[in-house]
Write a protein that binds this ligand. Structure first.
Ligand code: FES
Length: 174
């Protein structure tokens, strides 16, 4: 009995280990970036963004593999990730909503929009919904100040947000 449990545990660890490895596609994209720079470390942010685009975030294991690929220490790469706040080091939901809290959006009521989103989805800013559908994160100016308040869900920019608009937008993301 315990041998079966032990084997199951080993198999699960192996599966998780394989999931954490960089995929061939991710490695190819990073190598393509590397071809443009004489210094491997110059690619550190792009490499993390590539992995984040595929997985939603960058785990410790991903960070270790990227660092190895770039000939850096994991600690140095983690330092870059910490400094560059668009790199996510925690797991996120299926959809990531970035809510702008810079000046124009603040003047145009982004607080109201944020509060409505948090109440509607039952999670504070910085958190994820219990069903893993959304993660809500603050972000600086999205470049849509003339249509504030604005937010971005995945790759979609949403502007001129108001209460009614929000409900309609959320329906698109399952
Ligand atoms: S201040 Fe929000 S988009 Fe510029």
């Amino acid at each position: 009995m315990w041998i079966t449990c032990w084997r199951t545990l080993i198999a699960e660890e192996k599966r998780q280990g394989e999931e954490n490895l960089l995929t061939t596609e991710e490695q190819a994209e990073i190598n393509e970036e590397l071809a443009h720079y004489p210094n491997k470390q110059a690619v550190s942010i792009d490499a993390m963004l590539i992995v984040q685009r595929h997985r939603g975030w960058v785990s410790d294991e991903n960070l270790r593999d990227i660092a190895q690929l770039l000939g850096m220490s994991t600690a140095d790469l983690d330092g870059v990730a910490t400094f560059y706040n668009l790199i996510r080091r925690k797991a996120v939901g299926r959809h990531v909503a970035l809510i702008c809290d810079s000046v124009s959006c603040w003047i145009m009521g982004c607080d109201r929009v944020r509060d409505q989103l948090c109440t509607r989805l039952g999670t504070p800013l910085g958190g994820s919904t219990a069903d893993g559908r959304f993660t809500l994160l603050p972000v600086v100016c999205l470049g849509a100040c003339d249509h504030a308040p604005a937010m971005m869900i995945d790759d979609d920019l949403h502007t001129n947000l108001d209460e009614q608009h929000l409900e309609h937008i959320l329906e698109k993301y399952t």
